[in-house]
Ligand binder design. Structure first.
Ligand code: NAG
Ligand code: NAG
Ligand code: NAG
Ligand code: NAG
Length: 553
């Protein structure tokens, strides 16, 4: 009897821990009701109780609590609030203690630079042992996932709805005074809205796009007119410097290519449609994060000071409240580093998670690319034709986050699929890449964070991506029709994964495979940018969102 009771007790404690860790709701909803009762300001105060939490579990609990809270704000208030908010509700994030850094090293072999730089804390709270440490844990985690019911998991269709809503009724404030560039943006908007119908461009295949006519017209006007001003302020290494390899490489490539660009960049800020804040979220973290400090307040403060400085020195920030300013950042902490008044600007983020404030229609989701060689970012691209793809689905990676252990638990032993944990290291990651080249579907399951380099790797190796990452906004969402070449599976539907994949007909698969090959061009880095490549697509999405959120005075 005693033993049974003890087991029951341990089980309950474990379940409670799991719920706290994996379900973001219980605290969020309790707290939000407290907050809506009028105490919302406490979260913005620097002495908030959230600040001095020492232990690991408290930290996780607190983080999820704050995330839930944010969601409440995002959904409970009319959409206008989230985009006009330079004010306090969002400042709670100053108190946010870093969650496990979700470095999603997709492969068994961690890129050397990355491993060396990571501290133990940053690798996460040891959740990676979940699958092995307790055989029931994945199941518990799964029910915890499915019990997130109070938190809306948005389907891609619902995300499209939010995008249209955001673009048709922009809530940004009208500029303080009007300028010629506003007229140009309004002209561009009307041109795009009345784009001539094109069923098939010579280059672009209509089904890949939300609206190919609008995309082509918008791209043309961007090419002809767009001017970007890059602030000269900001010291190296955090500003004006880039890392071109590793999993945060996208921000580095974008910064480097834009600074070298002659076509779009202007020296005259008065003719700029967009203002670029040339920083690297990865270098910010490497430079300023104090190991084992569990705090990133100093990073947040640093960026805040930077923007405050610009807003005093120049009239441009104040003119639009930052709505025509943008940044591109790939590190998992970037959403936190760009809070406060920067929330008004266009944030091009790899970590595009609706739950932590990614604003569809304003913010831009950019691809996470794992660049292994800066000299040759397109190495190994390509894959077997469909007939040579004998593996139904492939996944390999560290057990980061709560989703992967569930995936492994359900499908790790299935003979038709190759669902692994960390694969043994082989030079050049050959084994991993070969698997992607020979699989029909590649599983892109979230790690600690929603984004993963697997999405782009799938496209590179011509494997149809299967995205399992709730509330992740896929890259270039403004433009691409993701459901036409990728499969989306809700986290709670992992048990049905195989059934879902098998239910896709051979014809449909062949069509998706063809589309994956066609969409590839938008995800390629070129040392000299070419039409429709990744550099242009990032710039285009920023431009597109700016155009559709312009308010006339
Ligand atoms: C989640 O909900 C299901 C049914 O709604 C229930 O059976 C299960 O025990 C719940 N799990 C947790 C961890 O609360
Ligand atoms: C694409 O946009 C154009 C211009 O707004 C519109 O006329 C057309 O109906 C749209 N096409 C589709 C397929 O939505
Ligand atoms: C459009 O282009 C694609 C690829 O270039 C081709 O397969 C398709 O048949 C074309 N569709 C139409 C309607 O012309
Ligand atoms: C912009 O507004 C802030 C107050 O929000 C003010 O302190 C600053 O001086 C303004 N900048 C300029 C250039 O006027």
């Amino acid at each position: 009897m005693e033993t049974r009771r003890l087991i029951w007790l341990l089980g309950t404690i474990f379940a409670v821990i799991m719920v706290v860790q994996y379900s973001e709701i219980p605290y969020g909803s309790v707290l939000s009701s407290i907050l809506s009762a009028g105490k919302a300001s406490f979260a913005g105060e620097s002495n908030s109780p959230a600040k001095n939490l020492p232990s690991n579990s408290d930290r996780v609990g607190n983080t999820t609590l704050l995330n839930g809270l944010n969601l409440t704000y995002k959904y409970a208030l009319p959409p206008t609030i989230s985009s006009v908010s330079t004010a306090s509700p969002h400042n709670w994030d100053h108190n946010l203690i870093p969650p496990a850094m979700s470095v999603d090293l997709n492969i068994y072999s961690v890129h050397k630079d990355e491993t060396d730089m990571l501290t133990k804390d940053e690798k996460g709270p040891g959740q990676s042992n979940l699958a092995t440490s307790n055989s029931n844990s994945s199941l518990t985690a799964l029910s915890a996932v499915s019990n997130k019911s109070e938190m809306p998991v948005l389907s891609i269709a619902q995300m499209k709805g939010l995008l249209l809503q955001s673009h048709s009724s922009p809530c940004s404030l009208p500029p303080q005074w009007s300028s010629r560039v506003d007229q140009e943006l309004l002209y561009a908007k009307s041109e795009i809205e009345n784009a001539p119908i094109r069923k098939n461009d010579t280059r672009l295949y209509a089904p890949l796009y939300q609206n190919v006519s609008m995309f082509i017209r918008s791209y043309e006007i961007m090419n002809k007119r767009l001017k970007v001003y890059i602030y000269k302020e900001g010291e190296k290494p955090i500003f004006h410097q880039s890392i071109l390899e590793g999993i945060y490489a996208s921000e580095g490539w974008f910064l480097k290519l834009l600074e070298a660009n002659k076509q779009f960049v202007t020296e005259d800020p008065r003719e700029a449609h967009l203002f670029y804040l040339p920083f690297s979220s990865r270098l910010l973290q490497l430079t300023l994060y104090v190991r084992n400090s569990h705090g990133r307040d100093n990073l947040i403060q640093y960026m805040k000071n930077y923007v405050d400085m610009l807003a005093v020195k120049y009239p441009f920030w104040n003119r639009t409240g930052g709505a025509d300013h943008f940044l591109a950042a790939c590190h998992d902490w970037a959403p936190a580093e760009t809070r406060g008044r920067m929330l008004n600007s266009i944030r091009a983020l790899c970590h595009a998670d609706i739950r932590i404030g990614f604003d569809i229609g304003k913010d831009v989701s950019i691809p996470t690319t794992y660049v292994r060689s800066a000299q040759n970012p397109l190495k190994d691209i390509g894959g077997e034709p469909p007939s040579q793809r004998s593996i139904l689905a492939f996944f390999a990676g560290n057990m980061h986050g709560y989703v992967r252990p569930i995936l492994l638990k359900y499908w790790g032993k299935d003979p038709d699929m190759k669902i692994f944990g960390k694969m043994p290291h082989v030079k050049g990651n050959k084994n991993y890449i070969q698997h992607m080249k020979r699989s029909k579907y590649c599983i892109c399951a979230r790690g600690y964070a929603v984004h993963s380099p697997r999405v782009v790797e799938s496209l590179y190796y011509e494997c149809v991506p299967v995205i399992i990452s709730d509330n992740y906004v896929p890259p270039f969402f403004e433009v691409l029709n993701w459901e036409s070449f990728a499969v989306f599976i809700l986290e709670k539907d992992i048990p049905n994964l195989k059934k879902t994949l098998l239910s896709i007909s051979e014809d449909k698969y062949l069509e998706m495979h063809k589309r994956v090959k066609m969409v590839q061009e938008h995800f390629l880095w070129h040392t000299e940018p070419v039409k429709y490549d990744m550099f242009h697509m990032i710039l285009h999405s920023v431009w597109y969102n700016r155009v559709f959120r312009i308010k006339s005075t």
